[in-house]
Write a protein that binds this ligand. Sequence first.
Ligand SMILES: Cc1cc2nc3c(=O)[nH]c(=O)nc-3n(C[C@H](O)[C@H](O)[C@H](O)COP(=O)(O)OP(=O)(O)OC[C@H]3O[C@@H](n4cnc5c(N)ncnc54)[C@H](O)[C@@H]3O)c2cc1C
Length: 380
Amino acid sequence: MSIQTKTVKAKTVAIVGGGCAGWSLAARVDQLSANTVTLYLKEETNPSHNWGFWQMPWLSDALSKKRAMWNSWQIITDEGIVTHHSRNHAYCSITSDDWFDWCQKRFHSAATTTEIIRLPVTNTDKNMLMTSNHKKRYDLIYDSRPPKADKNILLQHFKGLEIKTSIPVFNSKAAVLMDFRVSQENGIHFMYVLGYDQYTALVESTFFSTSPHREEVYDEAIRDYLSRIYNVTSFEIVKSEKGIIPMGDVRPKDQNPFLYSIGSNAGAIRPSSGYAFSFIQKQITQFLDRQTKPTNPHKKHDLMMDLIFLEVLKSHPEKAQRLFFKLARALNGDSFARFLSGEANIKDYFLVINSMPKWLFINQAVRVIIEKWKRIAKWA
Ligand SMILES: Cc1cc2nc3c(=O)[nH]c(=O)nc-3n(C[C@H](O)[C@H](O)[C@H](O)COP(=O)(O)OP(=O)(O)OC[C@H]3O[C@@H](n4cnc5c(N)ncnc54)[C@H](O)[C@@H]3O)c2cc1C
């Protein structure tokens, strides 16, 4: 048996991991043209959570399962409020439970023979997967296990509460993507508020910094925010979610060249925003349509711009809200959605670059390029 590296044609296929990427690919097994597809699942501990994304052509399946959508969204800072509207690219939210249910139904009703092994993969050797009680070779293996990130990489870490209030306070017409009217003591910090109706919302305290906080920090921030901004002091907690997302370069923990990385393991998380759902669907659509191996779904220049932006945030966290405000103010709803979904056109890029302070970015760009050269020189 051998693994083909250019075009993907395999009789036996394995998918390792049942997160967003693993299940999203499993839902499309019939497009793999395999005889059997085996999914390896590690026991999940993460409760259901929300994925936000902008409506894009490759997301029609997700759109059909969405929980809510907003044709307007806001970025709120001390300087003012930017409100974007878009008819073409609404901001949508889907729950992971609804998405996984849909993926599971598709996997189990596929024409391809499918199988689930509820054991974590403990080791790999070329095209062989090992668990605690068996080992098996596959023609092709997609690996969605989480990647590793550099030590002092910027992290997006957050806790969100879905709450119900007894009084109508939330705006279900506009999502609040960033509200910076919160303490900046513990790192770049904003609230993310998705109003499902006037009484129900997901309120998420989100930080960009190099290490996560104690849970009380997020809880207190949410309570303080609700009390100050919405005048809400008592509410029912329906559910909660939390996460830590690396913002920057990541690489697979398992460097076995026989494995095809997918999802965050193949760099699908957009470094500057932490958005991954849309890019995972884009990546899977691209490699299935082209019948090639999976590749990083981001454009090289988007990654370069993100790297520079993140360096600016790291060295000047106090400027974060001003930068996000300027960026949002320079774009309209459509261009903002395109930029954050990796679909910006030349005019969008011009507006983005023009909105940023030139010297700050040129300075960081030079540093990023020197760092890259140093790394190349070290490897040579
Ligand atoms: C609470 C939360 C909210 C988020 N909100 C958004 C959002 O609004 N929009 C957005 O775009 N992104 C969001 N993200 C980010 C996004 O969900 C993740 O980046 C995305 O789920 C990554 O998917 P993945 O499949 O690559 O990795 P994961 O979802 O991490 O899946 C990896 C899978 O591999 C499995 N695994 C690990 N080791 C083994 C092993 N040895 N054997 C077998 N399986 C193994 C794990 O159990 C897991 O199921 C959010 C993340 C969280 C946690």
